[in-house]
Design a protein around this ligand. Structure first.
Ligand code: GLA
Length: 401
């Protein structure tokens, strides 16, 4: 009896020890840069080092961006023992040297693989090599893994993603685990214990409001898909509406600003996907705005509520720490919209996912325009403004002392 008890205790300690994600790696939404949205397969170690230099020097690191993530196309094959091989043309110095370079800048290093037999670009996936690959990543100094879902055949998503979670944990180096399963098997319903973030849909495209095929979609379509998912997100387990297109050629400056504002409201991971080496000052200012980023990084980690919908005009609402709120007025149309909004007439905001918690504005708030950097009124008087087409008015409601 005593031995059985000891055995049960040992077994449960062992099971807990091997079956979990690394905790507390993403108390607020992860921030970084990823090669895919702009560079696709066209990168090498020199480019990645330049990206690291740029991030360290252009204000992004100070704003909280941390991970440099190489997406698909870094791998070419496996050796006779099955070890994954980086492309020697692209990475002649090897992955460890590149990781060391990135770490010396005070940044972190991320890689990409796939739960199936091949990546989406047809390169070797990790299926059947999960523990081996996880040990390789640990030996190189990998801090982040994006794990894709191409060529998965009949595999079970939850089981497949759990195998890599356990492999990473067994390898012993803390790795932020980003599940990229495109929302096909509702990862929000099972992935909180598996990864730190999960894609909620198909690939983003640098197009504000367009209907594309099912494998890529514009910013507005992705936004619409997030509305009912907000209850699943929170510290250490985030909905991921996909990487940023801010600064990419298909978006105007105001569209980039609106896209960034909305991803901040959604408490989405902020993974830049543009050429941060050559970006304009305007785009850099969007990505690094400390007051806007702080909406995203608010410690409560509450994803915004889509509160009022007037068709082309939507109002999104995000509770922040210390009874403050962020409000985003989104103009989805191409024409400017006049806003005349009486805060006193606001219905109260209810949060159905949070036990119907009610947010009231009995106190007077200062309305602080986060992009224009100025107070534009008080909640006690109607707010009048004009919002340009495909743009936002983003405010923080500050309690008047
Ligand atoms: C899938 C992912 C993308 C990107 C590509 C790479 O489409 O969803 O984010 O990683 O694969 O091939």
């Amino acid at each position: 009896m005593r031995y059985t008890l000891i055995l049960i205790i040992c077994l449960s300690i062992f099971t807990t020890a091997v079956s979990q994600k690394f905790p507390d790696l993403a108390p607020t939404p992860p921030m970084g840069w990823n090669s895919w949205n702009y560079f696709k397969c066209d990168f090498n170690e020199d480019l990645i080092k330049e990206v690291a230099d740029a991030m360290a020097n252009n204000g992004m690191k100070d704003a909280g961006y941390e991970y440099i993530i190489i997406d698909d196309c870094w791998q070419v094959g496996r050796d006779q023992e099955g070890n994954i091989l980086p492309d020697p043309q692209k990475f002649p110095s090897g992955m460890k040297a590149l990781a060391d370079y990135i770490h010396q800048k005070g940044l972190k290093f991320g890689l990409y693989s796939d739960a199936g037999t091949k990546t989406c670009k047809g390169l070797p996936g990790s299926r059947g090599h999960e523990y081996q690959d996880a040990r390789t990543y640990a030996s190189w100094g990998v801090d982040f893994l994006k794990y894709d879902w191409c060529h998965h055949s009949t595999q079970d998503a939850q089981a497949s993603y759990t195998i890599m979670r356990d492999a990473l944990y067994a390898a012993g180096r803390p790795v932020l685990y980003s599940i990229c399963e495109w929302g096909e098997n509702q990862p929000w319903s099972w992935a909180a214990d598996v990864g730190h973030m999960w894609r909620t849909g198909h690939d983003i495209k640098d197009c504000f409001d367009c209907d594309l095929n099912t494998s890529s979609q514009g910013i507005m379509k992705i936004l619409d898909q997030q509305v009912n998912l907000r209850k699943y997100a929170g510290p250490d387990h985030w909905n991921d509406p996909d990487m940023l297109e801010v600064g990419n050629p298909g978006l105007t400056l105001s569209e980039s600003r609106a896209h960034f504002s909305l991803w901040c409201m959604l408490a989405a991971p902020l993974i830049a996907g543009n050429d941060i080496i050559h970006m304009s000052q305007d785009i850099q200012s969007i990505l690094t705005d400390p007051e806007v980023v702080s909406i995203n990084q608010d410690p409560l980690g509450i994803q915004a509520i889509k509160w009022l919908d007037y068709g082309d005009l939507e109002i999104w609402f995000k509770p922040l720490k210390n009874q403050e709120y962020a409000v985003c007025f989104l103009n989805r149309s191409e024409r400017p919209k006049k806003l005349d909004f009486d805060f006193n007439l606001w219905e109260k905001v209810f949060d159905p996912e949070n036990n119907w918690q009610k947010y009231t504005f009995d106190d007077a708030y200062q309305l602080y325009d986060l992009w224009e950097k100025k107070e534009i009124g008080k909640s006690t008087t109607p707010l009048k403004a004009t919002i340009p087409g495909h743009d936002v008015l983003l405010i923080r409601m500050l309690l008047v002392p």
